[in-house]
Design a protein around this ligand. Structure first.
Ligand code: MOS
Length: 696
């Protein structure tokens, strides 16, 4: 594969191009899109967890002055495609989970819409619901595949035989909690069904991908892609929850179609996000490890139980990293699902890898202790020469280097036991990180010369990740020009088709397409182009490699302090070292990695959607009670990376950094908490009540 010659823009810590607009408040987000005479939506949500709406009395709502429309399952338009149970809003009176959308009010103000939604009287035929996830349910089932298209189960060798004959074994069950994505910007849609009867829809939607968003809306409403424009220049975070539209986008579209010519706005409230915009399934992970006295694994197995909603299946691929992480002659992974009367779960930062790097990475720590081997060394001993799953060579794998450099930076003390510092018990913990290097199949870009500058357009998304800034760096190097002479435009379906900002694939995919377009431009027009010269390219034309197994790796080190009397937990230091290929912009990359690690810390100590199985809803459905790590919880947090140049992954040599930072972090914290206290917590989050009984 070709290397870019002498990159001059890539590798520079350029400041965010969108920074000034964001700081000044002039960056426009979906909810605040300036439109003439907007109307406001407020959803009506089911107040039972299962059953049927038998009647809706909308008269009191409709009587309020300023209410423009009230839609219910009994009168809403029939959708063209109802195959996606999440998107089929107001199509039938059945209720599949508490909080499900059963209506919408559109009014002159948002306050009035909310008041009117509360005034809708709903009668139900309620049925008993079931929202209890457990590993001993007799109705667990094996999904056909796990997200997005992995095999559900894998087996190599004989784990049971290895467990029966190994010198040392570890077998425990670990649990991760339910988590909600909670980006800073709540989900929001401004929708306009044009007045001229031409059948044209514009959506200003907070989304991780304008083109995938458009495709979903077109399918549900039976529209042609030419009839729909989706615009989204800025996104206040998504973490996967905006990677696909959720039901509210269809509801807003339906409301707009009911009021042609009138732009409508639907802003999902923070509380509603706990019902409507996806979450990470809780997981129950049974881990088995078998090893010899030197720590060499003879078996590694992960059997996962997790949940899905009944209206739409989502099978999180939690077992996937266990398939390739360590050398072991026998390996097994399985996934079983409980289909429950619960909201629709979906993508959340590193779906699969994030929960899947918890149980096994804690189990390795338990094995290290059994063996009396340092947990850093135990991981190194089990370093595979090639991908254990496929047998392919690695495109590049520097986990060992990450572990060694991290240990050195952290001041890791092999064999160190809990140290006491006044009233505080101090411990150290380590875990590995991994995330696959992906490139999506579809993405195109164009390059046009205009007013003495190069303009590149692509329907990409910047969730706060840095795409506005790094894509010009890639384009500049591909064109061989100064980055100041390049303008990149993103976030609009009028630009060439782009894939979702998901799976840490954005920069890899869009950058590959831009590089092809830039190469085509240079081939066609040379170094001295004229006004209006234009060329395009797509990712399919970019060099690709399927001879190698491509992943980013990392090692995370945590220091945990636990108060000996109160059990209070502090994490004063978190150090991650990553091998993630070429880092295109150190400033935005560091922000991504530190953000991922912070979210991993949050998973370890704070986040927990407490599901009330009597009601069938998250009890702590707001940010007062759903705790997220804040600045005061983070001490010295550092992200470092190796100078890794991977010639196989893409022309930039970049692996993607959006998700690697969160994988393994929670395990490192749990392992450090054990090192501090001798209390092994196998169920997240680590809270002081779980440590106190062991503190004596
Ligand atoms: Mo990320 S959960 O793949 O948007």
């Amino acid at each position: 594969m070709t290397e870019l010659l002498e990159p001059r823009a890539m590798g520079r810590a350029l400041v965010r191009r969108d920074g000034v607009d964001k700081v000044r408040g002039t960056a426009v987000y979906a909810a605040e899109t300036p439109v003439d005479d907007p109307a406001y939506c407020h959803p009506v949500q089911a107040t039972i967890a299962r059953g049927r709406v038998t009647a809706m009395d909308t008269s009191a709502a409709e009587a309020l002055d300023g209410v423009l429309a009230v839609l219910t399952p009994f009168d809403a338009e029939r959708l063209a495609d109802t195959s996606d149970g999440e998107f089929a809003v107001l199509q039938e009176p059945d209720v599949a989970f508490r909080g499900q959308l059963i209506g919408v009010v559109v009014a002159e103000t948002s306050e009035l819409a909310r008041q009117a939604a509360d005034a809708v009287r709903v009668s139900y035929a309620e049925q008993p619901h079931d929202s209890v996830l457990s590993a001993d349910r007799d109705d667990l089932y094996k999904p056909d595949q796990v997200n997005p298209s992995f095999e559900t189960d894998t087996a190599e060798g004989d784990v049971a035989a290895a467990m029966a004959t190994a010198e040392v074994t570890v077998e425990h069950t670990y649990e991760t909690a339910m988590y909600h994505n909670n980006p800073l910007e709540p989900h929001a849609t401004t929708a306009l069904w044009d007045p001229a009867g031409a059948g044209f829809l514009t959506l200003w939607d907070s989304t991780q991908g304008v083109h995938p968003d458009r495709a979903a809306v077109c399918q549900v409403f039976g529209l042609d892609e030419e009839q729909v424009r989706v615009v989204c220049p800025y996104v206040g975070g998504g973490f996967g929850s905006k990677g696909q539209p959720h039901a509210h986008v269809m509801l807003a579209t339906m409301a707009a179609r009911a009021l042609p010519g009138r732009p409508v706005k639907l802003v999902v409230t923070r509380q509603q996000m706990f019902f409507l915009t996806g979450y990470r399934t809780p997981t129950i992970q049974r881990v088995q490890l078998a090893a010899d006295r030197r720590g060499r694994l003879s078996a590694i197995a992960l059997d996962v139980v997790e949940q899905t909603s009944k209206v739409k299946e989502f099978a999180e691929q939690t077992g996937v990293p266990t398939r390739m992480m360590y050398a072991s002659p026998s390996r097994r992974t399985t996934h079983r699902l409980a289909a429950l009367d619960v909201p629709v779960n979906s993508w959340m930062r590193a779906p699969g890898e994030c929960p899947g790097m918890f149980g096994p990475e804690v189990a390795l720590d338990e094995l290290a202790e059994e063996l009396g081997i340092d947990p850093v060394e135990l991981r190194i001993v089990n370093e595979p020469d090639v991908d254990p799953e496929t047998g392919k060579p690695w495109s590049s794998r520097h986990l060992v280097e990450c572990l060694r450099e991290g240990a050195q930076r952290f001041g890791w003390e092999p064999g160190a036991r809990s140290r006491r510092d006044g009233d505080w018990l101090v411990g150290q913990g380590v875990a590995s990180s991994v995330y696959p290097t992906q490139r999506q199949a579809t993405s195109s870009a164009n390059v046009r010369f205009t007013d003495g500058r190069y303009v590149t357009e692509i329907g990409a998304a910047d969730l706060g990740t840095g795409a506005w800034t790094v894509l010009p760096q890639i384009a500049a190097d591909a064109l061989g020009v100064d980055v100041a002479d390049v303008e990149v435009r993103i976030g609009d379906t009028r630009y060439p088709t782009a894939s979702v900002a998901g799976g840490s694939s954005g920069t890899n995919t869009w950058g590959s397409a831009i590089t092809v377009a830039a190469g085509a431009f240079r081939t066609k027009f040379g170094a001295d182009p004229h006004e209006g010269d234009e060329a395009s390219g797509d990712v399919d034309q970019a060099a690709s490699d399927d001879e190698h197994a491509a992943y980013a790796f990392g090692a995370q080190f945590a220091e945990v302090r636990v108060h000996a009397d109160t059990g209070e937990i502090r994490v004063p230091r978190l150090i991650g070292v990553f091998g993630a290929g070429r880092i295109i912009n150190p400033r935005t990359a560091r922000s991504q990695l530190i953000g991922g690690m912070t979210m991993g810390l949050s998973m370890a100590l704070h986040e927990n959607s407490v599901f009330d199985t009597r009601l069938g809803q998250v009890a702590n459905h707001d940010l007062a009670e759903y705790h997220i790590t804040v600045n005061a919880d983070v001490g010295d947090i550092q992200a470092h990376w190796l100078a890794e140049h991977d010639p196989y992954v893409n022309v930039m040599g970049a692996k993607g950094i959006g998700e690697i930072g969160i994988t393994g972090t929670a395990a490192a914290v749990v392992n450090a908490a054990y090192s501090a206290t001798g209390v092994r917590v196998r169920s997240l989050p680590v809270t002081l009540d779980k440590l106190l009984p062991g503190l004596g």
